[in-house]
Design a protein around this ligand. Structure first.
Ligand code: SER
Length: 319
């Protein structure tokens, strides 16, 4: 990667990945794009352009203007929001991916695609879900993610494009809250632990899902994109995860640092149904074998860091 274009730069991953990439590759070599411009490091810390991912003409022009050799395609709509408008979700998630791949093909650029645990459905083995197994997701988000994985395979096979991808679990970060996802509870719980000392979970106790702390996710993207291509057997959709937990586990982890913290439950049947259709835990051995995936954070070390970072941010705001 030398000259990188990132789509969806204002999103949960983008707003942290853009500054991270700029530190490694140089600010001028990372073009952030998004549908709207917001003040902050993404639009002010290096080049920024407005881009709607389905607009192939503007996309292609930006690739020429900035001599892009790598596209990190993050723009998308998360699972729960997608169920409220399946047509829009398909259009942006699958249509946007197709447009982005076409632009990458036209310019011979490498391509990163963020797939998800949502690419599995209730018929896949739920525990230690294998790298290669049945994929029959029941959300429109998951259907678009499987489509993206297959399109990336196709562009690699047919056109020799250097496509690579990760199946992200729920991502937890203190920089930007996610919007419209099913795993979002595991982010909100930290904010409310500090502001209210309690949290009402919309996900039921006993519901296990894979999760990962954002610093590990950022490192994984760069590690995969810089990996030796000869080692990449499963190049377009590696299972990755930092930990698997249920709401009561994250609550217990918070309680170790905030003993008065309490959790209760008001289950949202729609998001619960999505969570129930996803794996409990992923088998990540292909990522370990093929590009040395090694996440650093477990639940307790993530909780400690999240609470410290959020607390110092609240103190800064209060000053
Ligand atoms: N975190 C995502 C969601 O909940 C899953 O990829 O939609």
């Amino acid at each position: 990667m030398k000259r990188i274009l990132v789509t969806g730069s204002n999103g949960q991953i983008g707003c942290e990945l853009v500054p991270y990439l700029r530190k490694i590759y140089g600010a001028d070599n990372v073009l952030a794009t998004a549908r709207s411009k917001k003040p902050g490091p993404v639009s002010e810390g290096g080049p920024f352009e407005l881009l709607e991912v389905r607009d192939g003409k503007t996309f292609s022009k930006l690739m020429s203007d900035y001599k892009i050799d790598t596209v990190i395609h993050l723009a998308g709509i998360l699972s729960a929001r997608g169920e409220n408008n399946p047509q829009e979700s398909w259009d942006i998630n699958a249509g946007g991916c197709f447009t982005a791949l076409e632009c990458a093909r036209e310019h011979g650029a490498a391509f990163f695609f963020p797939s998800s645990i949502a690419a599995f459905g209730p018929s896949a083995p739920a525990d230690n879900t294998p790298q290669v197994t049945i994929q029959r997701p029941t959300t429109i988000y998951g259907i678009a993610k499987v489509t993206g994985e297959l399109l990336c395979d196709y562009y690699h096979l047919k056109f020799g494009l250097d496509t690579r991808g990760l199946r992200f679990p729920g991502l937890i970060s203190y920089e930007a809250p996610p919007g419209g996802g099913t795993t979002d509870y595991a982010v909100h719980i930290y904010y409310e632990a500090l502001s209210k000392g309690k949290y009402t979970s919309y996900i039921a106790p006993g519901t296990y899902m894979d999760m990962m702390y954002m610093p590990d996710a950022l490192e994984a993207v760069v590690q995969l994109m810089e990996a030796d291509p000869k080692r990449l057997e499963n190049r377009n959709a590696y299972n990755i995860s930092g930990m698997s937990f249920a709401p009561e586990d994250i609550a217990a982890s918070i309680k170790k640092l905030i003993p008065s913290f309490e959790i209760d439950y008001d289950v949202d049947p729609d998001r619960q149904a999505i969570a129930d259709s996803w794996p409990n835990s992923l088998d990540c051995s292909a990522a370990v074998e093929e590009w040395d995936f090694s996440p650093r954070y477990d639940l307790d070390s993530m909780t400690k860091d999240m609470l410290e970072k959020l607390k110092s941010r609240t103190q800064e705001c209060a000053r």
